[in-house]
Design a protein around this ligand. Structure first.
Ligand code: ZN
Length: 503
């Protein structure tokens, strides 16, 4: 029997779970009080009410206070045992998860101020996008189906030179955060310009970010030299040193766009502040071939020889990696970001994900930028593509099974960022970054395996609710921290400006 002190749900639905749909409730808004409810019962007598209240107080006294309880048909924890709890629930206080377990046990142990019950949904850890360029979102689809160099020279570089300023990045990041949150991403790793604006906007939207200002060997929209970008990065590292949502990073663009001195200085700066270095690595055959010609080493070996991989590093792509490179990455503890959409769309190649994960190198999933290399921020789509791409490339349908693909979007992504002690799974003491995904759609039924459902059937648009750091930011598919209409109207306004600016 559900204890009466689990309050909100008891009085909202008379103790029975609502069969479908959402049910948010907040204790202070309840019109009925326990005493009132009791008085309406047939045959209820005043002295019995008194006894009931005493019993109630006794029962409730054993309960711990919580800010939230979220329950769902399945809770997919992604903990070490990979527990999937049917009729599960999570209690939270402040920014942390207090407890996770069967709903009945959580309801007995905790008294929550507010609750969300989703009897027709899956509750999972928030998804992690380990590589993107959020500020570029206003260039979504600016030009597609071109070779990378032509795309950069004819479209991106001219468009960036004429359009990118702090306001552009603010609206681009808002658009990206809106899209990411609505499709279940709670943490993203970013590299772009005006990264202080990206950080402020990320906080405004309520997402978690590992964010780094792009350091590149040519004049950028904000910093004209790599030295200026390094100095700006140091200020950024100081400004967000202890932020609850932002992990500031040092982000040299790649080995082929920076001098050795800049790369070494970037490593030293990251180490000095004990923050991650974020970089593109071995993305294309051209990058690999050029490095072999100029340096007689692969990009991974060359970066390691410079000392760049010796420390907390998150490297995006990792398509062109040989066995010796993988040994280096394993030894250095480098985290990788796999971007299947981008790698396919730009014909970059197929990252050896099965081999990488088999060696225990942590690899998460990334969307890359949406300007031309994806063109969306939907990590649920990346899981599906990652799994299928490995099957095609290895000729083995057993490659990258659904559970492992889902791990890449959650706990493995957290490990790739070295943030697994706080995010990536639903466990006591971790940050409350959670999503619910609805199961009441034709493509969501029936369900025989929860991981198959998550990876192969469900879509970003099935995400219903999102919480980051204990704060709900999406409720019933509606963004709570942004005005979506205003953000989308601004995107259309920028489209006109960008189009006019192109040669
Ligand atoms: Zn990228």
């Amino acid at each position: 029997m559900r204890p009466i002190c689990s309050g909100p749900r008891f009085f909202t639905w008379g103790g029975r779970p609502r069969p479908r749909g959402t049910s948010w409730s907040r204790s202070p808004r309840l019109s009925q009080q326990p005493g009132q409810e009791a008085r309406r019962r047939p045959g209820g007598l005043p002295h019995k009410v008194g006894l009931l209240l005493i019993l109630l107080a006794f029962t409730c006294a054993g309960q711990q206070p919580a800010d939230w309880i979220w329950s769902a048909r399945y809770v997919v924890t992604m903990d070490a045992q990979r527990r999937v709890i049917e009729n599960g629930a999570i209690a939270m206080r402040g920014d942390r998860i207090l407890d996770v377990g069967p709903r009945a046990a959580i309801d007995r142990a905790y008294q929550a101020k507010q609750r969300l019950d989703r009897p027709d949904a899956i509750l999972t850890p928030g998804l992690i996008n380990t590589h993107t360029h959020a500020g570029m979102s206003l260039f979504r689809g600016i030009a597609d189906d071109l070779r990378l160099q032509e795309w950069l020279d004819k479209f991106i570089f001219p468009a960036e030179a004429k359009n990118v300023d702090a306001e552009f990045v603010r609206w681009g990041t808002r658009l990206a955060c809106l899209e990411m949150a609505l499709s279940g991403t709670t943490t993203f790793t970013d590299m772009y310009y005006f990264e202080d604006t990206v950080a402020a906007t990320t906080k405004e939207c309520g997402l978690r970010g590992v964010l780094g200002e792009t350091i590149i060997g040519f004049p950028a929209p904000d910093y004209k030299t790599p030295q200026a970008a390094l100095a700006g990065t140091e200020k950024f590292l100081k400004a967000f040193a202890n932020d609850a949502l932002i992990t500031p990073a040092v982000a040299p663009h790649a080995i082929y766009t920076n001098s050795d001195e800049t790369l070494k200085a970037a490593r030293a700066l990251a180490d000095r502040y004990q923050k991650p270095l974020v970089i593109h690595l071995a993305e294309t055959k051209t990058e690999n071939d050029d490095s072999l010609t100029k340096r007689k080493m692969t990009p991974a070996a060359a970066l390691d020889a410079l000392g760049v991989l010796k420390g907390w590093t998150v490297a995006a792509h990792g398509v062109w990696l040989n066995d010796a490179d993988l040994k280096i990455l394993k030894a250095r503890g480098t985290g990788l970001a796999h971007c299947p959409s981008s790698n396919m769309k730009l014909a970059s190649g197929v990252a050896p994900v099965v081999k990488i994960l088999g060696l225990g190198i942590p690899m998460g999933l990334g969307t890359d930028g949406v300007a031309g290399s994806n063109n969306d921020h939907d990590i649920m789509q990346e899981m599906d593509l990652a799994a299928k791409l490995q099957k095609v490339s290895t000729g083995d349908p057993r490659s990258l099974p659904a559970e492992q693909a889902f791990a890449m979007a959650t706990i493995l992504g957290a490990r790739a960022l070295r943030l697994e002690s706080s995010i990536g799974s639903i466990e006591k003491g971790k940050r409350a970054d959670l999503i619910t995904i609805r199961l009441d759609a034709p493509h969501a039924v029936p369900m025989y395996n929860v991981y198959s459902q998550l990876v192969y059937f469900l879509q970003g648009s099935d995400v219903a609710d999102v919480m980051v750091n204990g704060r709900p930011i999406v409720r019933d598919r509606k963004m709570l921290t942004l005005d979506p209409q205003a953000v989308m109207a601004k995107a259309v306004e920028y489209q006109g400006r960008v189009r006019k600016s192109l040669p």
